[in-house]
Design a protein around this ligand. Structure first.
Ligand code: 4AD
Ligand code: MG
Length: 429
């Protein structure tokens, strides 16, 4: 019977067949210990010379790392093995004998691993991170669905900028120009006027000449948008979504998190409510820590890191100066120099993982901002229409999936959180 390793416990005492690859091999002359992986897990298969045909034992001698194999054997409970079970080999076949595999259990440099990303994904650490990525995405989507949101996909080829014109990837669109989407937000705003609560989820693109631990040229963003919601409603929603997502991780991926060395207690501390800090208070806090960023400037990695190290859960920073945020941000009625914007900074120094706010709903005000930002009005006519036909207060945010995974995994760099990272100096593989 063909089974997958993750389900092996259901077949204790039975003979089963596993199709996979050789992860590692040890031998003590008369016995082979083969680590077999099949994508769902890893299991040790034990082949004893005296119990096998000579041809079968020969194949075990010959097989090398990452050869594809089919192993038949009896499932045995074994407390010492990581999955709790091992396989007593009854038959062994090689489907393809691998060439010498470039990635060995010894340490490799990051450049080498990145160059072999298509193979690196087979390693157990990358498996753990990709499984965590899956839970992060699914949990956020499940949460939003439970809250009554409709997923609506937004275009990737667009005629206009959402997040400023300096980071646009431009491409030919027959006799016109098109830009790769920086954010689905503008379309989400239209969609929420049609459906109330919507979200988009897809790849977004920024031609940012930044070579940092937290910048990708192509990253995945999940963006909810809600009609009639204020900035306070938004913070509550974001907080609930993050708490739900972390609880799902603790439920489903504890072993994965532990295997990459994550301190679980840091995630167990993620409970609502999250602290809320206005920009002006954040500046005061920064000053008290010796940071002298001039008032009015957006926070960079340094400032976010200082702020987020102060809290053991994510912190909201809201009401940034209007001049450092995007054109669509609604000014604060109590101080029009401030905007109803809000970022969520992840703890432990990780910094911004979400950005959003309340949008301008007034036609004249939005038109003024489009002109001030020297954006081509024609390309935004449809967006202005939303302020012509039944405009309402509305808010939304975007969560950067890779930055979020970097934080929940507690790892250094976001390059390991996406299967094929697109970075300033990397487009291969
Ligand atoms: O703060 P940003 O630019 O906000 C927007 O794009 C809004 N239009 C979203 C909205 O309101 N619907 O980006 C949102 C998040 C950031 O908080 C960050 O997590 C992530 O996207 N992000 C990046 N992640 C990886 N690499 C980059 N170059 C990123 N730029 C932004
Ligand atoms: Mg931002």
């Amino acid at each position: 019977m063909d089974v997958t390793i993750d389900k092996i416990g259901e077949y204790e005492g039975q003979s089963v067949r596993i199709k996979g690859w050789l992860y590692n091999k040890r031998s003590s002359g008369k016995i082979f210990f083969l680590q077999i992986r099949d994508g769902s897990g890893i299991i040790q298969a034990v082949g004893v010379k005296s119990q096998l045909s000579p041809e079968c034992f020969e194949k075990m001698q010959k097989v090398v790392q990452e050869s594809s194999v089919i192993v038949s054997g009896r499932v045995k409970k074994d407390e010492r093995s990581p999955g709790g079970y091992e396989l007593s080999v009854e038959n062994f076949d090689i489907i393809h004998l691998s060439e010498p595999y470039p990635i060995s259990p010894k340490e490799h440099g990051v450049d080498f691993l990145m160059e072999h990303r298509h193979l690196w994904l087979r390693s157990s650490r990358q498996h753990a991170i990709m499984k965590i990525r899956n839970t992060v995405i699914r949990a956020c989507e499940d949460f939003l669905r439970q809250e009554g949101f409709l997923r609506m996909d937004t275009p990737i080829l667009t005629p206009a900028a959402c997040e400023g014109t300096t980071t646009l990837f431009e491409t030919d669109y027959f006799d016109k120009k098109a830009y790769l989407s920086q954010s689905g937000q503008l379309y989400n705003e239209a969609n929420c006027m049609a459906f109330g609560k919507v979200y988009s989820f897809g790849p977004t693109f920024r031609a940012e000449k930044s070579k940092t631990r937290r910048h990708l040229m192509e990253f995945w963003m999940l963006e909810p948008e809600i009609a009639f919601a204020t900035i306070d409603d938004l913070m509550e929603l974001e907080e609930n979504m993050i708490v739900y997502m972390v609880s799902r991780l603790l439920e489903l991926n504890k072993a994965d998190l532990k295997s990459i060395g994550r301190d679980i207690s840091k995630l167990e501390a993620i409970k609502a409510p999250f602290p809320r800090l206005c920009y002006n208070d954040a500046i005061k806090l920064l000053r008290s820590k010796g940071n002298e960023l001039p008032w009015g400037e957006d926070f960079g990695a340094d400032e976010e890191s200082i702020l987020s190290l102060n809290f053991d859960k994510p912190v909201f920073v809201h009401r940034y100066p209007a001049k450092c945020k995007a054109f669509y941000m609604k000014p604060d009625s109590e101080d029009p120099n401030l905007s109803l914007s809000v970022d969520m900074l992840a703890p432990e120094g990780y910094g911004e993982i979400t950005g959003g706010g309340q949008r301008i709903e007034d036609y004249e005000e939005l038109l003024k901002r489009i002109e001030e930002h020297k954006l081509p009005k024609d390309a935004y006519e449809w967006y202005l229409d939303l302020r012509r036909y039944g405009s309402v207060p509305h808010s939304g945010f975007g969560i950067g999936i890779e930055r979020t995974i970097t934080w929940v995994c507690g790892i250094e760099h976001l390059r390991e959180t996406i299967p094929y990272p697109r970075m300033l100096t990397r487009l291969y593989p």
